[in-house]
Design a binder for this molecule. Structure first.
Ligand SMILES: Cc1ncc(COP(=O)(O)O)c(C=O)c1O
Length: 441
């Protein structure tokens, strides 16, 4: 039955099912039980409906050559990279990284709890804290490690994490690892969060509570009312954490993201972020209001304590990117980015497709049905469009979408081409499904 082909060349198995089906594989051999997922993945790969784990040939340019995970090359406009201000190719950023290698070598060679920091990473911690009007900040090897580590480092098993249902995987994983008391609230919903807090406090006045949300949600491009969440935290004796991975640097006055846009600089209890989007590097941070919190996290957040510090080239890249973000050039790049975002959203809508959320570098185009989305993804290499298909586990089943990520260096022609090609891919996918339905009678 599952080998049947509704669409020629695409077995039904490639259109049905999801990665969720393999979350809890059966069998006593931890290794042998990987096979079932690989079989299903191979069916999708062979039918062109597995658009993951691809590589750019020479870095994340606005148009580039891409190799899929079978080694096949294609060329196209690139809307799948997170280099929002196009700083990864900025000459000053590249120069700073090279100079750091010449001066300090390529390796930190230690944990930040021992001797992994350098004069430059200590300086970056100061710069991040100042940028966010916080007293201190602590660096982590990745944004994932910072999100996981801030929760696991502070929350204990008798405490509670009250978390937006759509918060990023690193935050969900940190919460699950820290406590069995993980209580989701409806996406962005302040009233629902309040109900959750009231229920907890009615029976437990002693436990700590961490409220977790994001400055800009990475799949829906929407934003909570940060002042309302911070005042809820105060009212219920809780601590607010805001993940600013996608908005910091790319949005807001001076690049301060939604915290700056909402006039909340220095007001949020804990700010966590990543350098892997706007800041052209790897790495993450947590910014806090005093040294005690920083020192506690440095020694009790295992993703910081037991992992080597960022390398000198990564630090130099982020510092140079941060200097540009805060400069008039940074403001001009943000303006170009936002003009590109608005143009892409208009073009997508004008072609009858729906986009999620508010204008940001993330332009998510609704497909819903996974079969439709996978068939559209199959068309894209031929049309010359690189865009990320998002399906479970990144979003819930039945809520698939394409996430287009815009860069300051995209040109108008590339944006129009992306919208045209997206429309063409979706229309061919729909035709396939309609023909299949007609044949089935
Ligand atoms: C909201 C959010 N938080 C954290 C992360 C993790 O950041 P990094 O890629 O630096 O590990 C990401 C990146 O995928 C993200 O989207």
């Amino acid at each position: 039955m599952m080998n049947r082909e509704r669409v020629p060349g695409v077995p039904e198995r490639a259109l049905a099912g999801s990665m969720r089906d393999f979350r809890v594989p059966r069998g006593a051999s931890l290794l042998a039980r990987c096979e079932a997922f690989h079989d299903w993945q191979s069916v999708r790969r062979r039918s062109g409906t597995w658009p993951f784990a691809r590589a750019t040939e020479a870095g994340p340019a606005a148009s580039c050559t891409i190799r899929d995970d079978e080694g096949t090359l294609f060329q196209g406009v690139n809307f799948a990279s997170q280099d929002y201000l196009s700083l990864s190719s900025h000459p000053e950023v590249r120069r700073a990284a090279k100079a750091a290698i010449d001066e300090m070598g390529v390796h930190s060679a230690g944990s930040p709890a021992l001797v992994g920091n350098t004069s430059t990473s200590v300086a970056l911690e100061r710069e991040i804290a100042d940028f966010l009007a916080m007293r201190e900040s602590l660096l982590f090897p990745t944004g994932w490690a910072a999100g996981f580590g801030v929760i696991k480092g502070l929350v204990r098993s008798h405490d509670y994490v009250v978390i937006d249902g759509l918060a990023h995987a690193c935050l969900q994983a940190g919460a699950q690892a820290a406590t069995p008391n993980v209580i989701p609230f409806r996406h962005l919903n302040v009233d629902h969060c309040r109900q959750r807090l009231a229920t907890i406090r009615a029976r437990d006045t002693e436990a700590g509570i961490m409220i977790v949300t994001e400055g800009l949600f990475s799949m829906d491009s929407d934003t909570p009312d940060l002042a309302a969440f911070q005042s809820l935290a105060r009212e219920y004796g809780a601590t607010l954490v805001v993940d600013v991975a996608h908005d910091l640097g790319a949005l807001g006055p001076g690049g301060t993201g939604h915290i700056g846009l909402q006039d909340m600089l220095g007001e949020v209890d804990l700010v966590m972020g990543s350098f892997s989007k706007t800041f052209a590097s790897n790495g993450g941070f947590v910014a806090m209001k005093n040294r005690a919190i920083k020192e506690y996290l440095r020694f009790y957040s295992s993703t910081c304590t037991f992992s080597n510090a960022l390398s000198p080239a990564q630090i130099a890249t982020v510092r140079q990117a941060l200097a540009i973000v805060q400069s008039p050039e940074g403001a001009a790049r943000r303006e170009r980015l936002m003009a590109n975002v608005c143009l892409l959203r208009e073009n997508i809508r004008a072609r009858g497709m729906e986009v999620y959320g508010d204008p940001s570098a993330i332009v998510a185009v609704r497909t819903g049905d996974e079969a439709l989305a996978r068939l559209a993804a199959r068309e894209m290499p031929g049309l010359g469009l690189l865009a990320n298909l998002v399906e479970y586990p990144a979003v819930a089943k039945g809520r698939a979408r394409f996430r287009l990520q815009v860069m300051a260096d995209h040109r108008e022609a590339e944006i129009e081409a992306a919208a045209d090609r997206m429309q063409m891919a979706m229309s061919r996918a729909r035709d396939h499904l309609e023909t299949a339905r007609a044949v089935a009678g």
